[in-house]
Design a protein. Structure first.
Length: 256
């Protein structure tokens, strides 16, 4: 497929999937429950952390998390008593359990207290490094700087171990992109959309390979860099806009 033809196809799929209707059945619906930046940052991070498996279950459990946080994620994170934190221990999403949930809230409390919020940390580190790959590594180290059960660490992917970092890249897409269509929030102005990496998963990876955007067979960080570089050739300022096209078309079996 010629470059112009490929871009035309991806733009058409982007227009099809990047709409307000996308929100309801997607984990991004969880941070859309809130209007304040700090609430959205925390709600979005927690929803992204559990974003693997069945989408309906992810959305349901993400909303359950917000219920357990009294629908005030920032206030609960900063002010919950030890007893209230113990109230999170009944939560389960696949291998992410209540012990993980409570530990993540404690880690988020430290992030907010020390850095002023998740977004403030990401924007400051990007300003200092200009390299989102380094920021992803720095974030994981900083997030786990407080005391935590070692089992929690598997729930934040490590770019240093060549993970795709799909959930973190998806979270960054939510927080950074702003195309005026109402799905992503565009709150983190200190990071340009051009710096983002594709949230590569099975669906987007299969579509990318079918369209010739990705040659690497394994889904790992090298594959993320390869497909994102191909998308930057089509749309240098906002390559991750095509996440909607690749993921949506992959879910719908576009090539079947």
């Amino acid at each position: 497929m010629e470059k112009e033809e490929l871009k035309e196809l991806l733009d058409a799929l982007y227009d099809k999937y990047d709409t307000a209707a996308f929100i309801e059945d997607d984990p991004v619906s969880v941070p859309h429950m809130f209007t304040e930046r700090q609430d959205r940052e925390i709600a979005g991070f927690l929803a992204a952390v559990i974003a693997w498996g069945n989408r309906k279950v992810i959305v349901r459990n993400g909303r359950r998390m917000m219920e357990l946080l009294d629908y005030a994620p920032y206030d609960f994170t900063m002010n919950a008593s030890p007893g209230e934190l113990r109230g999170l221990e009944g939560f389960v999403h696949r291998t992410f359990n209540g012990q993980d949930f409570a530990a993540f809230v404690a880690a988020l409390r430290r992030m907010c207290a020390v850095h002023g919020g998740i977004g403030a940390f990401f924007e400051a580190r990007y300003a200092a490094t200009g390299d989102l790959r380094r920021v992803l590594a720095d974030f994981r180290h900083e997030f786990f700087a407080c005391a935590h059960p070692s089992r929690c660490e598997k729930h934040v992917p490590s770019i240093e171990r060549q993970a795709t970092c799909k959930r973190l890249n998806m979270y960054l897409r939510w927080m950074v992109r702003d195309d005026g269509r109402g799905v992503d929030f565009g709150m983190w102005k200190g990071i340009p959309a051009s710096a983002l990496y594709l949230p590569l998963d099975v669906h987007s990876g299969n579509m990318a390979r079918a369209l010739g955007l990705l040659q690497r067979r394994q889904n790992d960080w090298r594959a993320v860099e390869q497909v994102t570089a191909a998308l930057r050739e089509l749309e240098p300022e906002d390559p991750v806009r095509y996440d909607f096209a690749l993921f949506g078309a992959g879910i719908d079996g576009y090539l079947e």
